[in-house]
Design a binder for this molecule. Structure first.
Ligand SMILES: [Zn+2]
Length: 49
């Protein structure tokens, strides 16, 4: 069974700092606060495809 990998990109600088395994049961786009080493602080990260 294939697992979809997704990246979490910083909403401020756009760099993809994390990769996650997508949950097929989830429809809405994930938004999480995570640390961005480019911005050097916690920013909102959104999943990309
Ligand atoms: Zn950033």
């Amino acid at each position: 069974m294939a697992q979809k990998k997704m990246a979490l990109a910083c909403s401020e600088c756009g760099s993809r700092n994390y990769t996650i395994t997508a949950n097929p049961n989830r429809v809405e786009r994930l938004q999480v606060k995570k640390f961005c080493k480019h911005c050097n602080r916690h920013t909102l990260h959104q999943e990309t495809r």
